[in-house]
Design a protein. Structure first.
Length: 443
């Protein structure tokens, strides 16, 4: 469905037609292609579901607002939050308004937003509006653009949104600590005049990484390289909520990455997509090229779009293989190819309850843990994956599932795609092997 300004007038009868038309005629490309709004333009604040189709933040929330004298007023409260990454792992993090990460701030190009930031943390903080073009005094770098917001203080930020696209917000005071603790969120600014068809599903995914030592309850901001919890919207698989699409729908996914030290190549199965915008602005259609993996550098956003024309359950994950594991130690000795029985015998004098794992790789760890064969520290998810329709999914971390269904198939996040038998990979039959001249020789 294409969502036009005409629809806005029809649905939103209360909105002033004159002011919107006036704003439209004044609109021009002032700075770069992403900016179509002049500072002097006056628009009515855009209303969700009337002026724009709201985005979906899986496992997250959108920050509510109210309108006071034509200005959108938001209230961010920085505070400690006990956050669950997946069943079995939670930690005391720092976030906003009871959420880790903070709720998505959503508005429209031309809106003036006022954000009150209350600091309920034990440390000073600030908020930086990443990618937003605004006055220097509103940019939120502690010490440079403003004094830090001391505990219990409330700061005032106000600026007009002159651009559209996908941006982020995060603490810019003691960043290393505060961002490692979770202090970040996404900002979506819808265009006044959408250039492309408006998507039917518009998802927001914040990528981040954490160091949480098994058995502890706090992220460790001092970690520089060995991150062990990798997340989409602060959740690790199997804690990630699937993305949903109905066959034929246009899907947009907005990725933002504020990981401490890593870039994430996000791969979507079953599709080729186009990268349509960065936090620098929209990419002209002629310059977009097809991809199956989009590299999202830290400190950047990348937006992809595709038409969901291939039904099924499709994996979407970071392609760095250590980013789809949960809380494993990466300094393990290599024992692939060894005989676990022999090794176990040697160890049994010193460690009678030892259990050698990993001789055939890591794939069976999650199953062992879930069946209780292996005791794990309290509050930890070492290598646990999730149960799928065909067995155990040996993935964790930055992994989720896009579930594309036809309109007549009821969708629920817990149900799986039913593939037609002729499209299903399976054990080869003896008859087939013989027919095609494939001979399996036992050694
Ligand atoms: Cu990654």
């Amino acid at each position: 469905m294409t969502y036009s300004r005409r629809d806005t007038f029809r649905i939103g009868g209360a909105l002033s037609l004159t002011s919107m038309l006036a704003g439209r005629s004044n609109a021009k490309h002032s700075i770069g292609i992403s900016q179509t709004v002049n500072a002097e333009d006056t628009y009515k604040p855009a209303i969700p579901d009337i002026d724009y189709k709201p985005v979906i933040t899986p496992n997250g929330a959108t920050l509510p607002f109210k309108v006071v004298d034509g200005v959108k007023v938001f209230h961010l409260i920085a505070e400690e939050v006990m956050h669950s990454f997946a069943d079995g792992l939670s930690a005391n993090c720092w976030g906003y308004n009871g959420h880790v990460h903070g709720p998505t701030i959503e508005a429209m190009e031309g809106d003036t937003i006022r954000v009150y930031v209350t600091n309920r943390l034990p440390a000073p903080t600030t908020v930086h509006w990443h990618g937003i073009i605004l006055p220097s005094g509103m940019d939120g770098v502690g010490g440079l653009n403003q004094p830090p917001i001391e505990p219990e203080e409330t700061f005032f930020y106000e600026f007009k949104l002159k651009q559209h696209g996908t941006f982020m917000y995060h603490s810019h005071h003691d960043e290393m600590t505060q961002m490692a603790m979770g202090m970040m969120g996404m900002i979506v600014i819808h265009p006044r005049q959408p250039a492309n068809p408006v998507p039917d599903r518009d998802y927001v995914m914040m990528l981040s990484e954490w160091s949480i030592k098994p058995g502890t309850h706090r992220p460790d901001p001092n970690e520089m390289s060995d991150f062990n919890v990798l997340t989409f919207n602060a959740r690790a698989f199997p804690g990630t909520e699937p993305l949903q699409a109905t066959l034929g729908e246009r899907v947009r996914i907005r990725f933002g990455n504020l990981s401490a030290m890593d870039h994430h190549p996000i791969h979507l199965h079953g599709y080729a997509f186009h990268v349509t915008e960065t936090d620098g602005g929209p990419i002209p259609e002629a310059a977009q090229w097809p991809e199956t993996t989009v590299l999202v550098p830290t400190g950047a956003t990348r937006t992809i779009e595709f038409v969901a024309d291939n039904p099924g359950d499709w994996a979407m994950h970071c392609h760095m293989t250590h980013h789809v594991m949960n809380q494993m130690g990466h300094e393990l000795d290599l024992i692939i190819g060894t005989d676990p029985q022999e090794l176990s015998k040697i160890l049994s004098n010193a460690l009678p309850d030892n259990m050698i794992m990993g001789a055939n790789g890591m794939g069976d760890h999650g199953v062992h843990i879930e069946k209780g064969h292996m005791v794990i520290p309290d509050n930890s998810i070492p290598m646990i994956g999730g149960q799928g329709p065909m067995g155990y999914i040996t993935m964790g971390g930055m992994f989720t599932i896009l579930k594309v269904r036809s309109a007549d198939q009821a969708y629920s996040p817990d149900t799986w795609y039913r593939e037609k038998p002729h499209n299903q990979a399976r054990l080869a039959s003896a008859e087939e092997l013989k027919r095609d001249g494939i001979y399996i020789i036992d050694e």
